[in-house]
Write a protein that binds this ligand. Structure first.
Ligand SMILES: [Zn+2]
Length: 107
């Protein structure tokens, strides 16, 4: 299935009204980030399956990753996106597969 058929959206974080805790334990405004990951309908197409979120090592905005565990991203569009390594859901449907050049392929 093409990634574009799974209602994909880029994930943003932070921005106006969003705060984070700094190294001193104080709240500070969290800078707006764009394209830190992708969220899509689960490729299993199960009606009850929650959306799937995958964070990137190289967010689209050029900033550092925000999650500790990330997938290596190439491609800047839903049509060309590739992520490595493979993606596996823990629990739930347990879907396991690949996103390569915008194509979602079950392992
Ligand atoms: Zn699923």
């Amino acid at each position: 299935v093409r990634l574009t058929e799974l209602n994909p959206r880029w994930v943003g974080k932070g921005g106006e009204g969003v705060f984070r805790t700094n190294a001193q334990g104080e709240l500070e405004p969290a800078p707006r980030r764009e394209g830190v990951g992708i969220i899509m309908a689960c490729p299993c197409r199960g009606a009850d399956c929650p959306s799937l979120y995958v964070p990137f090592d190289r967010p689209l905005d050029g900033g550092p990753p925000i999650d500790a565990h990330n997938w290596t991203r190439t491609g800047d569009t839903f049509e060309t996106l590739s992520l490595t390594p493979s993606i596996q859901r823990i629990g739930g449907c347990g879907w396991h597969g690949f996103i390569t050049n915008g194509e979602v392929i079950k392992a």
